[in-house]
Design a protein around this ligand. Structure first.
Ligand SMILES: [Zn+2]
Length: 179
């Protein structure tokens, strides 16, 4: 079966930066619903469209097609007292970026001083060119339910619990390996 709109694609992948430093070794395959559901990067869909099991490729994706350029205005310095304890570098908090009334931003703690904390609202992979080694291991037709929901169900996919019946936004599994 060829990869097309509304197929579920399983891909073994390895993610490196442009200098070939390994970022993620893809111990679990990425499984996503193909066809513009934003389950994975559009460039990956473009590369795999029309391909079949056994296809492999190395793809370099520039920051503007991945997680955007690094935006220094998303760095914030907060009073440590405004953040919960215990606090560690690498912890993430949801917050609103300055002057933004859009979606909340995920901030990562990048530095802790005595009474100040540096929070970075950039995606950890912002500003980086990414290299994906991709290898297609499975392609199947999506179920009507998966198409309606816009994501994959079953192994490695989205699991609906009892309190998840409305399938609302927010806690959807993203097959994308990067967040
Ligand atoms: Zn679902």
């Amino acid at each position: 079966m060829k990869i097309a709109q509304n197929t579920v694609v399983s891909v073994n992948y390895k993610l490196s930066d442009a200098q070939n430093n390994l970022i993620e070794d893809g111990a679990q395959p990425m499984v996503y619903l193909h066809g513009g559901y934003e389950n994975t990067l559009p460039k990956i869909e473009e590369e795999l469209d029309g391909k079949e099991v056994g296809y492999s490729s190395t793809l370099q994706i520039e920051p503007e097609d991945a997680f955007g350029d690094y935006d220094p205005s998303l760095l914030k310095v907060e009073e440590r007292s405004r953040l919960p304890e215990p606090l560690e570098v690498g912890m993430q908090f949801e917050g609103m970026a300055e002057g933004s009334d859009e979606e909340p931003t995920i901030f990562t703690v990048t530095e802790i001083a005595d009474d100040k904390v540096v929070l970075d609202g950039n995606h950890p992979l912002a500003g980086m060119a990414l290299r994906f080694d991709l290898s297609v291991i499975d392609v199947r037709a999506a179920t009507p339910e998966e198409i309606t929901h816009g994501h994959v169900h079953g192994a490695h996919g989205h699991h609906h619990g009892d309190d998840d019946m409305d399938d609302g936004e927010g806690d959807h599994f993203r097959s994308q390996p990067l967040n």
